[in-house]
Design a protein. Sequence first.
Length: 56
Amino acid sequence: MAYTINDDCISCGACEPECPTGCISEGDSIYVINADECIDCGACADVCPVDAPQPE
């Protein structure tokens, strides 16, 4: 099960450098996670100030 980033994302970028697989990138309005590369580690959720990354 992969993580996804919901609309609560404030595009702060805190999650991107924490991802060990590099599957987080800046989207049009919020950051996005490539579900095919996500290993469900939760590192992004641990640093997000608004709890936008959530397990699918």
